[in-house]
Write a protein that binds this ligand. Sequence first.
Ligand code: PLP
Length: 438
Amino acid sequence: MNESRPVSMESFWMPFTNNRDFKAHPRLLVSAEGMYYKDVDGRSILDGAAGLWCVPCGHAQPKIVAAVREMVGQLDFAPTFQMGHPAAFDLAEALMEYTNHRFGHVFYTNSGSEAVDTALKIALAYHKARGEASRTRFIGRERGYHGVGFGGISVGGIAGNRKPYGVMLPGVDHLPHTHNLEKNAYTRGEPEHGANLADELERIVTLHDASTIAAVIVEPVAGSTGVLIPPKGYLKRLRELCTKHGILLIFDEVITGFGRLTTPFAADYFDVEPDLMTTAKGLTNGTIPMGAVFSKKHIHDAFMDAPAGIELFHGYTYSGHPVACAASLATLEVFKEQKILEHAAGMAEYWADAVHSLKGLPHVIDIRTIGLIAGIELAPIAGKPGARAFAAFKQAFEDGILIRVTGDIIALSPPLVLEKKHIDELFGKLREVLKNLD
Ligand code: PLP
């Protein structure tokens, strides 16, 4: 493939992108392997973001590439409505094993956004199936990101993702976010202060009455609004309150799933059991779009008591697409064979030391780390929110590192296969970027 050819950029309406700025100064990636992308000019770019948090095993893992190639030649598509194919069932069994059998069933989607909307619908239908049809409210959280479906933006707490659209799901309320720079700045792992913010759920329950609330949905660690790590005890308290009031707890593990915290899921890391769990991204190592909702057995079983017939009127043409299933099965094998989680755990301390060594650089007002995630918060330029971090992102790309920014926060989430030399390169270059930032 000749990648030095001119690329016409007019027609592609790019997602979550400043289209005009990008098209004036494009950043084009043409290949990827291991920890690095190559851009159109042949430069190596160290991937500090695992693409979009979605490549835990590193790029172009040979086993995953081979599995995709083989399946697309063998079974390019097969429906899963009233039909099936073995890989979809094999993957479901393998995923149950990967979750250590804490869940009983899995429902396939094509993305994190679809997984979120699926989980919300399952929650509503579950309560209805059990004779509690009045439970129709959802409780999300400020600064939460749950994808871009109408369900997801409604329970999400990002003003910019909601404001242009106006119409939202009715009856949604939000917990306060847990970010507290005054009390928790420069934390490694879970911050000390803020578990009491979970008690806001009691206030919300009092306001609306438990009998109207279907589910609470939170990201165990909020990623897209800049790495907000739950305070010690916060998630356990949420779990207790949901159980007390018969409310389902949904963990959105689209970014925390598949090893980001060095455990299979954040639920393992924090030792908290959600009723439903949404995943995507690392599920196929980012190679083929796929999402999945994990369900506790009793939730699934509540649907199986209905009169014979279709139990859940929901699904996507590509739910359990054979090529995605093959990619995911191979991803799980790579996790096991290459001991990805163990490797990530071995890197976490070196990672945290390196990130926290940036303390004191110009404009840095907070650094927070957990697992192989880092958030570096910059002071905004007055009147230009987000501009400083975006300038850092652009300069970093020029200097050969891919970082992700959201508002004025740099969020880092490298492939879990990184070595110490990659950490040194990433933070060596980022240090220079930050030193020279206006
Ligand atoms: N939920 C969370 C927590 C996410 O971080 C994301 C994407 O970043 C999504 C949902 C949406 O996933 P997708 O972009 O695959 O629809």
